[in-house]
Design a binder for this molecule. Structure first.
Ligand code: ZN
Length: 333
């Protein structure tokens, strides 16, 4: 279902939501961390979302074991490096990997600046070794509150050349976007782009807010735009990209089944839809599988999926020159 003449791009992929179960096991054993399982079979149910979870927050708890084993910079480096290897294994040409420095350092109490440095080092080593491209997005974890997000933003801004954008993620219902307007005002003063998780757990008003008050250039998920035709028209007219993640939306119970997912309506409305993996390690998915699901379960055609691949390139936080190079790299294959 993937058109090999077009780049395969993943714009919404959490590096800290893609920690291999095998790595969790090895790091846990190496550092004497009591894990909920002593082998892969017994560990898997605790680190992966099998079937629908009761809520977004319940789904997010599945990510915690991966972060609990990040006891030092070496562990962070390893996970970042393996994330790049995973991109190549999935045939991804370009990805924007996002991570929350405070979340990754939550259990080890490693400072967010040090988390960023170790992550960047692991990513750079991976990019030298594996044949793919990647850029980084810094996440503000809204679930930790306003002040913690300011601390996290300070760390990101102190390393801003390592990033192409800032994102807001976590408990959208408990910590609505209006709490974070001061943070994004600061981002506006930099060259960094903005993408925001919105319309996933909360409604269309959260998407409006992200666009109008936080300055979002892209929307993470945006599923609940389906309830607001004026918003769909707004998104379509301005070609504001939506970062859609099918399996994730199912597992977080944002949609009750893939047949209920509004992505078909979004495509029909001419919106700029992209397909992404979100937390592939926790979801037990790959981007290739997401394209297959979009075809088999959602009914998108090969032509529509090719357009989605093009949208991914168009929506990427790349310079025009980099975008052109990415397109040409496939045409010459
Ligand atoms: Zn996400």
């Amino acid at each position: 279902m993937i058109n090999n003449k077009l780049p395969l791009v993943d714009l919404h992929r959490h590096l800290d939501g893609n920690i291999r179960p095998q790595t969790i096991l090895e790091l846990g054993q190496k550092h004497g961390i009591a894990l909920p399982g002593n082998d892969l079979d017994s560990l898997m149910p605790h680190v992966s979302a099998v079937g629908n979870q009761p809520s977004l927050v319940a789904f997010l708890e599945k990510l915690d074991w991966g972060v609990k084993v990040l006891v030092d910079e070496e562990a962070i480096y390893r996970v970042a490096y393996e994330n790049i290897q995973d991109l190549q294994q999935d045939g991804i040409d370009y990805a924007e990997l996002r991570f929350s420095p405070s979340y990754m350092g939550r259990f080890s109490h490693i400072a967010p600046e040090a988390v960023i440095d170790a992550t960047v080092a692991g990513v750079q080593a991976g990019l030298k070794r594996f044949d793919c491209q990647a850029k980084l997005i810094g996440i503000l974890s809204r679930s930790f509150g306003v002040e913690a997000c300011q601390r996290e933003l300070d760390a990101i801004l102190s390393r801003q050349h390592a990033f192409v954008a800032v994102d807001l993620a976590g408990d959208e219902l408990g910590f609505p976007g209006n709490l974070f307007e001061p943070h994004f005002k600061q981002v506006h003063k930099t060259d960094l782009n903005i993408t925001v998780h919105a319309g996933e757990a909360a409604g269309a008003e959260s998407i409006w807010h992200a666009l109008e008050r936080l300055g979002a250039q892209r929307i993470g998920h945006g599923v609940n735009a389906a309830a607001d035709h004026k918003l769909m028209e707004y998104l379509a007219t301005r070609q504001i990209p939506l970062e859609s993640c099918l399996t994730s939306n199912l597992q977080t119970t944002t949609v009750s089944s893939l047949a209920q997912h509004p992505i078909n309506d979004f495509v029909e409305a001419g919106m700029c839809i992209t397909l992404n993996s979100d937390d592939p390690g926790v979801e037990c998915t790959t981007l290739s599988k997401e394209y297959q699901l979009a075809h088999d379960e959602v009914g998108l055609t090969a032509a529509q999926l090719a357009q989605i691949q093009r949208n991914g390139v168009q929506a990427a936080f790349l310079s025009d020159g980099e975008r052109q190079q990415l397109l040409e790299s496939k045409l010459n294959n």
